[in-house]
Structures are given as structure tokens and as C-alpha cells.
Design a protein around this ligand. Structure first.
Ligand code: 13P
Length: 255
């Protein structure tokens, strides 16, 4: 039984004050939510204070990236030790924005994931094809390659600690979501790739969908057998909207 994992990726949004205002408005809306894991990934600058505000709430804290080395001369970078120190229990790695804008490679992502695991932080490893790759029929090859290479350093006994987020690049911030059937097809494929690497352990790995997830489309996505959660950008910035996503009630029951 995989516990659904609903995560907010705030990207480069929210000052400390804005993050705290979000937490204040959000926590009462998800109080009593049971059997769903909730994660907030604020920018690095708001991690400490957000973590303090979340203490005792059951909502987990995540970073949006991490360096693969434990310490050293890496100006501007943040290590897994530092994230552990702030109480992060998850960290997003290999987001397509970092792959595209910062040239992050699968090998670097694999290094980050391995370091995080050594620090007891669960990596949320992002994969996803571009529009061109999808249109040219290369989506499955691309995603399969990313899964294989980005998880190359994850030992089989740690499989249950990783999360894979399938985020088709063409669906991120565009308002264009993959259909539940298309997303399910890719998620089932990702699980096959995981099974080749981890055997039965693949059944315990949560695979999130990301890309224009909203209160209106989350229920249909979460109804798919291999979609185990959502990684949400834009719609996670508003406490009411993200609370609705977390609960993924059928549209007619949505509060
Ligand atoms: P949007 O939900 O804004 O499309 O962003 C998705 C994403 O990139 C989450 O990591």
C-alpha cells in the first residue's frame, strides 16, 4: 500500500513572511487529513522558519535541490548535511527547470540522490520528456533513460525511500495537463523500469505526477493505479487551492 504523497514545489516564490502566512492559513485546512503525506518545498531562504512553523503538524519539509558533495568550496551551494540540520526529510532533485536552465545531468542527479539517502533525506527525483521528444515518439525512451541513469546509485534496499516525479515538461506551468490515461501509461512504464532495477521493491516506490495539477484535475489523476501523488507548482502557492489538491476529493464533493 503506497501512501499518497502530495508535495508543493514553490520554486522561486515566497519570502519568509509569505511562507509563514501560507502555513498559518494552510494547516487548519488539512487538520484531520489522514493517510496522505503532505510536503512543502519552500525556497532555501524560507526553510528554517517554515520548518519551525510546521513542527508537530505532520507536514514534512523539503528542499528544492541539494549539492552532491557533503561540504567544500562550492560557493552558493547547499549540502545534504545543512538540509538535514534544518529538518528536511525530502529534497527535490533533477527538476526539469534545473536540467534545462542549469544544465544538470542525470549523473549529477544520481550523485545528489545518493548523498541525500546517506543523510536520511528522501529524494524526489524528477523525470519528464520535452514536447519535441513526445511529438517525435521518444517520450518513453527519454524517461526510461532518465530513470535508469538518475537512480544509478540507489541501492536496492533503499528503493522504498525514493520518490519519482514524472513531470512532462510541456505540462509544467502551461495549464496543459497530461490526460489521466497518458499519465498512467507513463507511470506504469516508470514502474517497469524501476522493477528492472529494484525487483519487487518497485511496488513500494511512489511515483508522483507533476504538470499543471489543480483542484479540478487532481481526482482523475489520483484515481489511476500508478499515480501515487502530485508535485504541484503554481496551484500550491495558494493555501486553499493546495489544501483541495491534498484532499483530492471528487469534484462534486470538493469543499
Ligand atoms: P505547475 O504545477 O506550475 O505546472 O509546476 C509543476 C512543477 O514543475 C512542480 O515541480
Amino acid at each position: 500500500m503506497r501512501v499518497p504523497l502530495m508535495a508543493a514545489n514553490w520554486k522561486m516564490h515566497k519570502t519568509v513572511g509569505e511562507a509563514l502566512a501560507f502555513v498559518e492559513a494552510f494547516l487548519p485546512r488539512v487538520r484531520g487529513v489522514d493517510g496522505i503525506e503532505i510536503v512543502l518545498a519552500p525556497p532555501f531562504t524560507a526553510l528554517d522558519r517554515t520548518g519551525e512553523a510546521l513542527a508537530g503538524s505532520g507536514v514534512a519539509l523539503a528542499a528544492q535541490d541539494c549539492h552532491a558533495e557533503r561540504f567544500g568550496a562550492f560557493t552558493g551551494e547547499i549540502s545534504a548535511t545543512m538540509l538535514e540540520d534544518l529538518g528536511c526529510t525530502y529534497a527535490i532533485v533533477g527538476h526539469s527547470e534545473r536540467r534545462t536552465l542549469c544544465g544538470e545531468t542525470d549523473t549529477e542527479v544520481a550523485g545528489k540522490a545518493a548523498t541525500l539517502l546517506r543523510h536520511g533525506i528522501r529524494p524526489i527525483v524528477c523525470v519528464g520528456e520535452s514536447l519535441t521528444e513526445r511529438e517525435e515518439g521518444r517520450a518513453f525512451d527519454r524517461v526510461g533513460e532518465q530513470v535508469d541513469k538518475s537512480l544509478a546509485s540507489v541501492p536496492a534496499d533503499k528503493a522504498s525511500e525514493i520518490v519519482v516525479a514524472y513531470e512532462p515538461i510541456w505540462a509544467i506551468g502551461t495549464g496543459r495537463t497530461a490526460s489521466p490515461a497518458d499519465a498512467q501509461e507513463m507511470h506504469a512504464f516508470v514502474r517497469e523500469c524501476l522493477a528492472k532495477r529494484f525487483g519487487d521493491g518497485a511496488h513500494g516506490v511512489r511515483i508522483q505526477y507533476g504538470g499543471s495539477v489543480k483542484p479540478e484535475n487532481v481526482y482523475a489523476l489520483m484515481a489511476q493505479p500508478d499515480i501515487d501523488g502530485a508535485l504541484v507548482g503554481g496551484a500550491s502557492l495558494d493555501p486553499e487551492s493546495f489544501a483541495k489538491i491534498v484532499c483530492f476529493a471528487p469534484p462534486e464533493e470538493s469543499p
